[in-house]
Design a binder for this molecule. Structure first.
Ligand code: GFB
Length: 308
């Protein structure tokens, strides 16, 4: 990818897309195109095709998606499957039609079976039943992977797919109804401390295990693989270590300096019991994460504290 190559980052205002733009800019890429959802509805096939015909990007980072935490996924399945299938289908097909040199598609670790053997290798893809709370989102992401692989096979495209673990960092969503666990707990502990609330409510049992990757590491891996990886085989992106939700809560509690209690709300779903990615393939490709969870939470909190 040449420094003056025309690069389209779809979803440039989101947590992932904005991190990719920061990373590309810091590496000297100067010809980045983007379009806000007001100007370009990515669910509209004709609009996406006209955008590609006009802009003729050479490289595409497909980071646009409807995303959310466990409850948003469970309660809005139709939106998650419709929006994501439309967005990715339009972009991948337009990329093929307009001779894009390379496209990177962002999947998710929820594409793997609910009870996959741990740590999860790329070869476990489509090897068992999905977790029901996010199966609509997962099916959309699975369709995106298969679409990239099919276009590579039939049309000799170079469309690669990466599977990030749970992400956090700047530009995350802090709405308690729709967010993921990490930003939700930052907000809950911050507000409990500010308002001297005696307890903080944690959804589920606290037993599920999750792996967390800082979005700046994900952006670094995305640019690295865009530069160095040319296979259809999906690539897991994670840290290789996980933590229980109860321990994550304690870590965030200590970082924020809250002294009250934790209360577990068993009426809320746990979701997948564990989804630790096997990152040996990623390491063999020459990339490893740099930001550890403790530092990542501290820097994220320092950045957003005044906005909460
Ligand atoms: O991050 P999260 O919403 O999504 O929840 P998933 C992870 C775990 O944290 C679940 C628990 O067991 C939640 O019950 N949890 C505890 C909380 N307190 C809270 C809270 O206040 N808010 C939230 N949101 N969770 C998502 C998928 O699954 O992961 C998506 O739904 C996507 O499709 C994403 O793949 C990466 O890790 O369970």
């Amino acid at each position: 990818m040449e420094k003056n190559a025309k690069i389209y980052v779809a979803g440039h205002k989101g947590m992932v897309g904005s991190a990719i733009v920061r990373k590309l800019t810091s590496q000297g890429y100067s010809n980045i195109v983007s379009a806000s959802s007001k100007d370009l509805d990515l669910r509209n096939q004709q609009a996406v095709h006209l955008f590609f015909q006009k802009e003729k990007p050479e490289y595409v980072f497909l980071a646009a998606a409807k995303v959310g935490g466990i409850l948003a996924n469970n309660n809005h399945k139709a939106d998650f499957i419709y929006d994501n299938i439309c967005i990715q289908t339009n972009i991948i097909h337009a990329a093929y039609k307009n001779n894009v040199k390379k496209l990177l598609f962002l999947g998710s670790s929820c594409i793997y079976p609910k009870f996959a053997q741990q740590p999860i290798k790329e070869s476990y893809f489509l090897d068992g039943k999905l977790e029901p709370t996010n199966d609509a989102y997962a099916i959309a992401k699975i369709a995106g992977i298969k679409m990239c692989q099919s276009y590579n096979q039939q049309y000799a495209c170079n469309f690669i797919s990466i599977m990030p673990t749970n992400l956090y960092g700047p530009n995350d969503n802090y709405n308690l109804e729709t967010s993921h666990v990490l930003p939700a707990l930052i907000r809950k502990f911050h507000e409990a401390k500010t308002n001297a609330k005696p307890f903080v409510e944690i959804w589920g049992t606290g037993a599920p295990m999750r792996e967390f990757l800082h979005v700046d590491d994900l952006a670094d891996a995305s640019v690295y693989l865009m530069q160095h990886y040319n296979q259809s085989e999906i690539v897991n992106i994670g840290t290789g270590t996980d933590i229980s939700i109860a321990d994550l809560a304690l870590l965030i509690k200590n970082t924020i300096g809250y002294s009250g209690e934790l209360r577990f709300d068993h009426s809320k779903p746990d979701g997948t019991p564990r989804k630790l990615l096997d990152v040996s393939y990623l390491h063999s490709l020459g990339w490893k994460h740099k930001i550890n969870l403790k530092d990542g939470i501290a820097s994220t909190y320092a950045m957003i504290q005044s906005l909460l």
